[in-house]
Design a protein around this ligand. Structure first.
Ligand SMILES: *Cc1c(COP(=O)(O)O)cnc(C)c1O
Length: 388
């Protein structure tokens, strides 16, 4: 029996045809499809520039580099996220700190952010960059975060790995109205996929230029940006910074571009499934995901929060039963600072109490566009048995 996963890709015949067409073409990398995919995402998000890379992790890294993050700097993010949201700061030699979450939205709490900024200002330890994470696809309170960034002078990278296709105040996530850069992930469990892949979008031409350079070895082939060299020597490119090979292939971009055509459909289907869960799970010993009225989530995840005080079963008990029934529920996320690597840096258990409470009570149940109603009903029926 194959298990019902918590998330998976949806690949159409059109997607397959687009990938095959690239395989028959002249370019498998550095051809015309990557720029076409970048244009499609930028245009969808109402952003001016997009830089495609081989993962969202790479996008976070070059976003931090473009904003000048380096040794001595501090980057803040949410503890309830994938480790990549924090690791990007460490790649740059900076340090990381965490802002505890809001108990309702599970996104980083603006109230906690405000308190922490006040304290950090007194200590002279303000962050250079804040990385708010749009958990499950629901946007953070970007207006408030943006206002605080003006007051305290930090820059903003939105980690929208979960959130392409989502909206905030009736505008697409990624428009960067309230941030410097927004990054997306195209890992197969996310909203659209390129196998592995990511993108950074921005409205700032200098940041776009820097990110393009960091994506490809720190090399430029723009004559304007090159150092003067003797005219009889051939200099068709120059390395002017230390970058990486973070490029996306044409094969991946073809899949991504084709998937963009289905993005709205995918998100609509996720909403349909979310509404079915909301209805069917109402009254059980769990909380369904709260939706802020300023947001239209892309519903990457559907976390249920078990009411432990009333339930006979704890999180582990519910997890084990669902797993035994062939449902591959998951946990998003262990607070980043509880990871052994981060604990070794001095973070102690109890650092972010809301994040830890969330971690002990929450499970992500299956949510993806090809999830069938009978499969969803199976999940619902088991939850009725164990959490009534
Ligand atoms: C998936 C994810 C990433 C990393 O994405 P990759 O494309 O796998 O590198 C970063 N942040 C969050 C919140 C994610 O969920």
């Amino acid at each position: 029996m194959t298990k019902i996963p918590y998330g998976r890709q949806a690949i159409s015949q059109e997607d397959i045809d687009a990938v095959v067409a690239v395989l028959h073409s002249d370019f498998l990398t550095q051809g015309p499809v990557v720029p076409a995919f970048e244009k499609a995402v930028a245009s969808y998000c109402h952003a001016n520039y997009a830089v495609a890379v081989n993962s969202a992790t790479s996008a976070l890294h070059i976003a931090c580099l473009a904003l000048g993050v380096g040794p001595g700097d501090i980057v803040w993010t949410s503890p309830v996220t994938f480790v990549a949201s924090a690791n990007c700061a460490l790649y740059c030699g900076a340090s990381v700190d965490f802002v505890d979450i809001d108990p309702q939205t599970y996104n980083l709490s603006v109230e906690n952010l405000t308190t922490k900024l006040t304290e950090a200002e007194k200590l002279g330890k303000l962050p250079k960059v804040l990385i708010p994470v749009h958990l499950c696809g629901q946007s953070c309170d970007m207006v408030s975060i943006h206002q605080l960034s003006k007051k305290y002078g930090f820059r903003i990278v939105e980690d929208a790995s979960h959130a392409i296709g989502g909206y905030y105040k009736n505008e697409p996530v990624g428009n960067c109205r309230y941030s410097d850069i927004t990054i997306f992930s195209f890992h197969p469990v996310k909203i659209i996929t390129t196998g592995e892949g990511g993108m950074a979008v921005t409205n700032n031409p200098e940041l776009a230029d820097l990110m393009q350079r960091y994506r490809s070895h720190g090399i430029t082939s723009d004559a304007q940006k090159m150092m003067q060299r003797p005219a009889n020597e051939i200099w068709n490119y120059q390395q002017i910074a230390l970058g990486f090979n973070y490029r996306m292939t044409e094969i991946q971009a073809a899949l991504g571009l084709s998937q963009m055509g289905q993005l709205d459909e995918f998100v609509a289907k996720r909403h349909e499934l979310a509404l079915r869960y909301d209805d069917a799970l109402a009254g059980l010993l769990l909380r369904t995901p709260f939706q802020d009225s300023n947001t239209y989530s892309s519903y990457h995840l559907y976390p249920i929060r078990i009411k432990l005080a009333e339930s006979k079963l704890n999180q582990r008990g519910v997890y084990d039963i669902l797993q035994a029934e062939g449902i591959n529920v998951n946990l998003h996320y262990i607070p980043v600072y509880r990871q052994p690597y981060y604990e070794a840096m001095g973070f102690l258990p109890g650092y972010c109490p809301e994040a830890e409470a969330y971690h002990k009570e929450t499970l992500s149940i299956p949510m993806y566009p090809t999830l069938k109603n009978v499969e969803q009903d199976k999940v619902i029926n088991i939850l009725h048995e164990v959490l009534s």
